[in-house]
Design a protein around this ligand. Structure first.
Ligand code: PLP
Length: 396
């Protein structure tokens, strides 16, 4: 056999597993210490009532001969695709249900979408960013350039720094920086991509955190995006589906390469390699878009955003420079030292964890990500510990 040698170019472990291993080792050595985890972006609130009711009903459907479902359509049931199209319609984006593909989450689709593209493409990835974009392209052996998100560009890199990109990743609200592109900024990216015949992979996993702010939740709010963009979205953060698993990807009919529709290629790919999301999970996801589901999920997001505000307030009190936290669930703080050293220091001295910025890319060095997805009690306690640490060590 011959292995895919590109795997040897990957760093030997995924960022979040390295963090988890360090925390386990610390806890094993210090069983009496109560560590507060503000590192991984997992949710802490349970599924909302509307979702649980739909799940129970769907289980009941599966138990009766008349309503039992076997294999479903690979691209998702119409009831869910239409509910998703309805959600887009509310922000003024007209999509047909057959441009929407339901999946087990955004992570798989982000990786799988690369099946449609030749190895010979220039890939442009923001730095720092969600590590999956980089690693999936390393696995495929593509040329990658990074575009720096830094204080100088308000953590929102623009096409003037883009060079000659064919596949462009944008994540807004951003993980890890929390920065959100404006309509005008996204329009520049759309014009750039259309001008070059490039494709934008737009990751909208955190769109629901934009709330009422006058910022785009979808790239398809931007005129012209339908001819250059694919959008990935997820129920993970919007509705607490990190363990339930459901997401969706939008591939517009108008997105073509020569004569070939990418939407048709994606349908072909999914019908060949994917067998759909469980019926009960799709019913649960459908419930997110009911009036009760929307009300309850918004309430949960508001809960996390209270954490975001508290972390931001604490950062201001401590005189720490940061971004994010108001239209995103992440706070990107300047830590003023090597970010893994800061991780170790905070874990040992405050028993609080975060994610070292360096794990999100070279430009993330010197920064640290705190999540707002914890419980309010744990977040408040973590902030008190950070303040106490500052009192005994003003250099912190
Ligand atoms: N995209 C971004 C930017 C993320 O941060 C995450 C998860 O943390 C995902 C996608 C993955 O979403 P899912 O749980 O739907 O696979």
């Amino acid at each position: 056999m011959k292995i895919n040698q590109n795997y040897l170019d990957l760093k030997n472990s995924y960022l979040f597993s390295t963090v988890a291993k360090k925390i386990s080792a610390y806890k094993e050595a210090n069983p009496d210490k109560k560590v507060i985890r503000m590192d991984i972006g997992d949710v802490t609130l349970p599924l909302c009532g509307a979702v649980v009711t739909a799940l129970r009903k769907a289980v009941e459907d599966m138990s009766q001969k008349e309503t039992f479902r076997g294999y479903g359509p690979e691209q998702g049931y119409d009831f869910l695709r239409e509910a998703i199209a309805g959600y887009y319609a509310k922000i003024g984006v007209a999509l047909s249900a057959d441009e929407i593909f339901v999946s087990d989450g955004a992570k798989s689709d982000i990786g799988n979408m690369l099946d449609l593209f030749d190895r010979d493409n220039n890939v442009l990835i923001p730095d720092p960013v969600y590590p999956v974009y980089r690693d999936t392209n390393i696995m495929a052996g593509r040329r990658i350039s990074f575009i720096e998100a830094n204080a100088g560009n308000n953590f929102l890199p623009m096409p003037d720094q883009a060079g000659s990109a064919d596949i462009i990743y944008l994540c807004s609200p951003n993980n890890p920086t929390g920065a959100v592109y404006s309509h005008e900024q996204l329009k520049s990216w759309v014009d750039y991509a259309n001008g070059r015949g490039a494709v934008i992979f737009f990751d909208a996993a955190y769109e629901s955190f934009v709330g009422e702010a006058a910022l785009p939740r979808s790239i398809f709010e931007i005129p012209g995006a339908e001819t250059c963009a694919v959008e990935f979205c997820s129920f993970s953060k919007t509705a607490g589906f990190t363990g339930t698993r459901c997401g969706y990807t939008v591939v517009p009919h108008a997105l073509v390469c020569g004569e070939t529709k990418l939407r048709d290629m994606w349908l072909r790919r999914q019908t060949t390699k994917f067998n759909g999301v469980p019926y009960i999970v799709q019913r649960a996801a459908e419930a997110v878009f009911t009036p009760e589901g929307l009300f309850e999920t918004r309430k949960n997001i508001a809960y996390y955003m209270e954490n975001g505000k508290l972390i931001a307030k604490t950062m201001r009190e401590l005189g720490i420079t940061f971004v994010g936290g108001e239209t995103s669930p992440y706070i990107w703080m300047q830590c003023g030292m090597d970010s893994w050293d800061y991780f170790d220091m905070l874990l040992e001295r405050a028993n609080v964890t975060g994610t070292p910025g360096a794990g999100f890319g070279r430009a993330g060095e010197g920064y640290f990500r705190l999540t707002a997805f914890g419980t309010q009690e744990a977040t408040a306690e973590a902030m008190e510990r950070m303040k106490a640490l500052k009192k005994i060590d003003p250099a912190f």
